[in-house]
Design a protein around this ligand. Structure first.
Ligand code: NAD
Length: 488
């Protein structure tokens, strides 16, 4: 936290009631380009009073918005989709600049965000209720769907566009007003998303942005004017958000951390598996909740697999994500790089075999928070590098004699976001599907993230709540129902 301002660098303000409003706190934090270490903006650390101003603006605007005909709401979503498509390149570049991921990854992330808007534009169908004309003689019953009121979203740094787009487009299409608290490490994209939604014709105050960190989050969790909270971030914070917001009477969905396992069977197409696993382990610098962080090699496939993984990792180009051909950008902050290097040292101390040491790529004198692709072999469940979410380009390889043993290893993790199986065998797929504890499964692919019309459905400590983000779960989360039973 700092109050020192470089006058040449923009200080962001909150977006409340359609206007840019400076935070009352006077405190700011620098936002860095992680590839260059340049300060690209200062983000205000907003207070509970700032949150309250946003909630009041949202409540005011939300009253008319909730009564706006659903097809009219949908038309604004269609216009928003158009603007996002037109600004695709600008948005992708902004993601790379504030997050560090490669331009190609950022371009894909924009698509994922746009798909959420496209799903939300189906609001007239999604908001429909149900009727049964004859529940008894001359008695009918019907369910009507309504917005919950003001909903809030708290988002992480790793998907500055996709994750906010899991939340506000659908919430708003369902007739709610929204307060978004984006990650203080990647606040610029959120600002742009709000401006473009306003340009699409969204009435002022329906979408509000409050920047900041803990104080702003606590302001949201405790605010009596907020009915629903969507959170995406690390496991301890997700648990805290879930418990605190629930205790304040809100419905909560809190998507948390992960440690995703990929199991490689002896009958798998090894080259195809390696391509998928390397992209899933090292793409976006491993900073994905669906990253592959553990590979379990079954039977005698391990040595060949590790050799091929190392070769593929050696060929990865590291650098500023805006440069042509770069695959691996920096991790988000210096502190995250230091934490990652600490895990690599801990892995060595714990007795895992360091097959490829990304610290050597990190040792260049140039700027940026770079860590190269790192591979450990002979990892065991007792090791910290297996237990903890490292959230960096560090891949652990383990060995198992059978598929059952591999599934048992994966199921020992406290996380259960995703899991993948590489095989040609239908019966192996069935055994995997029926026995693995994870909410999102991939067969012969590395990142099994569902599309916007399906729920993003982590299990165990990867998710707190009931209704998941996206799909009809999302519609249920952002709406409440009235049942009308009538005799005429
Ligand atoms: P984070 O938990 O540090 O931050 C997430 C949000 O919570 C931010 O807006 C931040 O300001 C706020 N926050 C952080 N600490 C807080 C505290 N002590 N009290 C109140 N608010 C706090 O997460 P991150 O580092 O930005 O994101 C990475 C994490 O998010 C990883 O664990 C990743 O697995 C997870 N993630 C999960 C999913 C999923 O779908 N399950 C998707 C994306 C990211």
């Amino acid at each position: 936290m700092t109050n020192r301002i470089d006058a040449a660098v923009e200080t962001l303000s909150n977006r409340i009631g359609g206007k840019q409003v400076p935070s009352a706190s006077g405190k700011v934090e620098p936002v860095y380009n992680p590839a260059t270490e340049e300060v690209i903006a200062y983000v205000p650390l907003s207070t509970k009073a700032d949150v309250d101003a946003a909630v009041q603006a949202a409540a005011e605007a939300g009253r008319a918005w909730a009564k706006t005909a659903v097809p009219r709401r949908a038309r604004i979503l269609f216009k928003y989709q158009q603007l996002l498509v037109e600004r695709w390149d600008e948005l992708a570049r902004l993601i790379t600049i504030e997050n560090g991921k490669s331009y190609a990854e950022a371009h894909g992330e924009v698509l994922r965000g746009i798909e959420c808007v496209e799903f939300a534009a189906g609001a007239p169908s999604l908001m429909m209720g149900k009727q049964l004309p004859d529940i008894a003689t001359n008695l009918e019953s019907g369910m009507y769907r309504y917005p919950v009121g003001v909903a809030a979203g708290i988002t992480p740094f790793n998907f500055p566009m996709m994750v906010p787009c899991w939340m506000f487009p659908l919430a708003i299409a369902c007739g709610n007003a929204f307060v978004l608290k984006p990650s203080e490490r990647t606040p610029l994209l959120a600002q742009r998303l709000a401006e473009l939604f306003d340009e699409a014709g969204l009435p002022p105050g329906v979408l509000n942005i409050v920047h900041g960190a803990h104080d702003a989050v606590n302001g949201i969790l405790e605010h009596p004017g907020i009915a629903a909270v969507s959170f995406v971030g690390s496991q301890p914070v997700a648990e805290y958000v879930y418990k605190t917001a629930s205790a304040h009477g809100k419905r909560v969905q809190a998507l948390a951390g992960a440690k995703n396992h990929s199991i490689v069977m002896p009958d798998a197409d090894l080259d195809a598996a390696v391509t998928q696993i390397v992209a899933a382990a090292f793409g976006s610098a491993g900073e994905r909740c669906m990253a592959c962080s553990v590979v379990v090699a079954v039977g005698d496939v391990g040595d060949a697999l590790v050799e091929k993984l190392k070769q593929a990792a050696d060929a990865i180009s590291i650098g500023n994500g805006l440069e042509e051909g770069v695959f691996l950008g920096p991790v988000i902050r210096d502190s995250h790089k230091a934490r990652t290097l600490g895990y690599i040292e801990a892995g060595k101390q714990e007795g895992a075999k360091l097959v490829r040491d990304g610290r050597l790529d990190a040792a260049s004198d140039g700027k940026g928070y770079f860590v190269g692709p790192t591979i450990f072999d002979d990892v065991a469940c007792e090791m910290k590098i297996w237990k903890d979410e490292i959230f960096a380009p560090v891949l652990a390889v383990m060995r198992a004699a059978t598929l059952s043993e591999a599934i048992e290893i994966a199921n020992r993790s406290e996380f259960a976001n995703g899991a993948c199986l590489f095989t040609d065998s239908g019966s192996a797929v069935r055994q995997f599907r029926e026995n693995i504890d994870a909410g999102m499964l991939g067969i012969n692919l590395g990142v099994p993230a569902p599309m916007a019309f399906f729920p993003f459905s982590g299990w165990k400590k990867s998710f707190y709540g009931d209704l998941h983000a996206n799909g009809t779960d999302g519609v249920e989360f952002y709406t409440r129902k009235k049942m009308v039973t009538a005799r005429w």
